[in-house]
Write a protein that binds this ligand. Structure first.
Ligand code: NAP
Ligand code: MG
Length: 500
């Protein structure tokens, strides 16, 4: 029998039976071709090698379509197209006109948002509730936001004018394919650059649909180009001699390699890399809200979130109560079909990522942490992981310091504010953090001392296109989003020369 979500919350130690009637989203709005080609000069064109790879639905393991694999010759073609478009058209297009194109893209995304959300869930495994209610609205909002900047750049940095860089090489990961494409493409175009973008191998399809939207928006040929493929394609793109800027979002390991490859060149770059965020809960926090925040922070999108709250730092005095409530709430999480509107945790993006998560679960157990997993059953086919907690974790454990990128939460306890700050900062990463307390003064005191690009207070994982986002330490360099997100795409000129 279906049960209403509005029922009062279960008592402590509630052990499940949250059965909902299935409410699957139809796949009918998504029309897929059998094969997708590269997108260069506003046309879909075959890859030089003729090679292709499958794009798989991680919930069913079925191939959705095949996708062309770009080699260095194709990357070359795409960069040339972007260069030609920059020099002959886009750098000469009036700012207000650039804005109009971006507004048009934003509106077309809104019109096709249902289709795009379903495809994002089919190809990537994330629950439809997230792709529909979080990803797609934010994708459109990013295009709207930067559309607004296009003709106001003279007011963005007082006393300075902006000069576009040229061709931007952009490489994105698989956890938010369309959103990462929007974060990259919208500010680049608004500031007058052209782009060549490579989506991740496992999630190219929604970005290829965005290419259709770009065609429909009549963007001049060559302004946006997509090269699909694996790591080698990305490598050829970021090392290409004729690009002016690299914008990379992905793992710290690849980010470091890119930085090495760019050393000694005059290419600009931004790197948005991994994270191991701490969600710090003080004893005066609103406990039930904090439990929801922790659940949202790590189990949202299967933990495939660079800024996931993957470490829970609990003040010792509330640890028992908090963990009891957290475990009870974990029991109610529904793991399964990403297209079912009841689903909280969808499919792990790929077999390889599932193996990585399972490897870390074994590592945590070997290191002596205690494993707790919700008792939910997992579907037979596809790649799945139940919500997982590690208790009795020490700061030196690998599960407390390394990014797992799955629904796995490591719990540590602290006694004093200073100890919480020390523990939160005691990792190589610094992308995000959370502070939960009733006291505003504590929020400011702790928030200021956390070495993280984003700190949420009494909430977690909230995004807005007007807000800059980026990391400290091994979480990367540069900021995307907001006014700050314009800077990586421009030179700032004062009278008499350029000052970067
Ligand atoms: P990844 O392996 O680094 O891949 C990211 C992108 O780079 C993919 O398109 C990938 O292609 C490509 N790539 C792989 N090797 C490359 C190389 N040598 N040169 C150039 N490009 C290369 O990361 P991932 O596993 O896809 O994504 C998860 C990681 O991204 C996590 O560490 C996460 O924290 C991070 N992330 C960070 C942010 C942020 O804003 N800070 C946001 C989202 C994700 P293939 O997919 O085809 O291999
Ligand atoms: Mg896929």
């Amino acid at each position: 029998m279906a049960k209403s979500r509005k029922k009062s919350p279960p008592p402590l130690n509630f052990k499940g039976n949250w059965d909902y009637a299935p409410a699957p989203e139809s796949t009918e709005p998504v029309q897929l071709k059998d094969h997708y080609e590269l997108f260069i000069d506003n046309k879909f064109v075959p890859a030089t090698s003729g090679n292709a790879f499958p794009s798989i639905n991680p919930a069913t393991e079925k191939t959705l379509a095949t996708v062309s694999e770009a080699n260095s010759k194709d990357v070359n073609r795409a960069v040339r197209a972007a260069r030609k478009a920059y020099e002959s058209v886009w750098s000469k297009t009036k700012p207000a006109e650039r804005g109009k194109y971006l507004f048009r893209i934003a509106r077309l995304i809104q019109e096709r948002s249902r289709e795009l959300a379903i495809l994002e869930s089919m190809d990537g495994g994330k629950p439809i509730r997230e792709s529909r209610d979080i990803d797609l609205p934010l994708v459109a909002a990013h295009f709207f936001y930067y559309a607004g900047w296009a003709d106001k750049l003279d007011y963005a940095f007082p006393g300075k004018t902006t000069v576009p860089l040229g061709v931007a090489a952009q490489v994105i990961p698989w956890n938010f394919p369309l959103l990462m494409a929007a974060w990259k493409i919208a500010p680049a175009l608004a500031t007058g650059n052209t782009v060549v973008l490579k989506p991740a191998e496992t999630t190219s399809l929604s970005v290829l649909k965005l290419a259709e939207i770009i065609q429909d928006a009549d963007l001049p040929p060559g302004v946006v180009n997509l090269v699909t493929g694996a790591g080698e394609t990305g490598d050829a793109l970021v090392r290409h001699k004729e690009i002016d800027k690299v914008a990379f979002t992905g793992s710290t390991e690849v980010g470091k390699n890119i930085r090495k490859a760019l050393a000694g060149t005059d290419k600009r770059f931004t790197l948005e890399l991994g994270g191991k965020a701490a969600n710090v809960i003080f004893e005066d926090a609103p406990i039930d809200q904090a439990v929801e925040g922790v659940i949202n922070g790590i189990f949202f999108n299967q933990g495939h979130v660079c800024c996931a709250g993957s470490r829970l730092l609990l003040q010792e005095s509330i640890a028992d109560l908090f963990l009891r409530k957290l475990k009870d709430r974990m029991e109610t999480l529904i793991v399964g079909d990403p297209l079912d509107k009841n689903t909280d945790i969808g499919a792990i993006n790929s077999k390889a990522q599932l193996k990585t998560i399972q490897k870390y679960i074994r590592i945590g157990e070997k290191e002596g942490a205690s494993l707790h997993q919700s008792s939910c059953s997992l579907p037979g086919k596809g790649y799945w992981c139940q919500p997982t907690l590690f208790l009795d974790v020490a700061q030196s454990h690998r599960v407390a310091t390394e990014e797992i990128f799955g629904p796995v939460l490591s719990v540590l306890t602290f006694r004093t504010v200073d100890e919480a700050i020390q523990m939160a900062n005691n990792v190589p990463y610094g992308l995000s953090g959370g502070v939960w307390t009733d006291k505003g003064s504590k929020i400011f005191r702790v928030g200021k001392k956390l070495r993280a690009g984003v700190v949420w207070a009494n909430t977690f994982n909230k995004f807005d296109p007007t807000s800059p986002f980026g990391g400290y330490k091994e979480s990367g360099m540069g900021r995307e989003g907001g006014l700050h997100g314009l800077l990586p795409y421009v030179d700032l000129k004062t009278t008499g020369g350029s000052s970067r």
